[in-house]
Design a protein around this ligand. Sequence first.
Ligand SMILES: [Fe+2]
Ligand SMILES: [Fe+2]
Length: 273
Amino acid sequence: MEKILLHTYVIPVKGVKKKTVYHFSDSHLTEYDALSDEKETERAKKQTESWINIRQSFTSAYSEPYGEMQAKSAIEHFSNLIEASADGDALVIAGDTLDYVSGANVRITNEYFEKVRCPMMAVCGNHEKEAEIPEEGLISMMKKPVQKIEFDDLIIIGFDNSQRVITKEQNDALKQALSSGKTVIIAMHVPIMTVGNEHALRRAGEYFQLNYDGCPEENLEFINTIKANAGSVAAVLAGHLHFICNSEITEGVTQYVSSQGITGNLNKYIIGE
Ligand SMILES: [Fe+2]
Ligand SMILES: [Fe+2]
């Protein structure tokens, strides 16, 4: 039995030395351990139970596989996804790593992040309340509004857009990365509604869109900056939807929305020349 569901994409980019980037999202960890009190243990058990049904409702609604492999626990999937990413040049975790912030979920996340040997980022999802994420440990990276992994010829820049808000500071950081002359990959939790995914995202609801009707001006500026710099943006990586939903933001710039980590989905990008 395969341990993960791998989706491989080739993104040719002139001037970028070939690299492998892994991306997954929505692991929704619901752990408890020896240090958990009764309340935390009960919550973990209850949420683990709920996710057995929730993940299946996504696979069935969007015709994705659900069998013995997909039915494994959230933590088994998370462990397998980290392990399968080991040969990458970079790892992007696009939010909802934790189903909720708790002592045990934080401890286990730190434990697995410490195993990662390549540069990584984990952006905040709407299930991780940024204010509740501790200041210590690798998990604290989720508190950052902007994260960066920088190579000689490529920048991966991650944004916390978990509240469906882009700030001026984030727009400035995007513009700065784009002015570097390097190719840029953008990572975030909530996807952009595009011409190609509009039907699916409108059906899913406003909760699943960065550019919902009446959204802040800065959100639209963020998207317009991507469109205006299409030649420099190799890809946009997002999560949150729990089903595969890839589409072009503008000609030549594809947004890859990973399916749920809680059924073992891993995206692999072979980027460069
Ligand atoms: Fe999620
Ligand atoms: Fe989410």
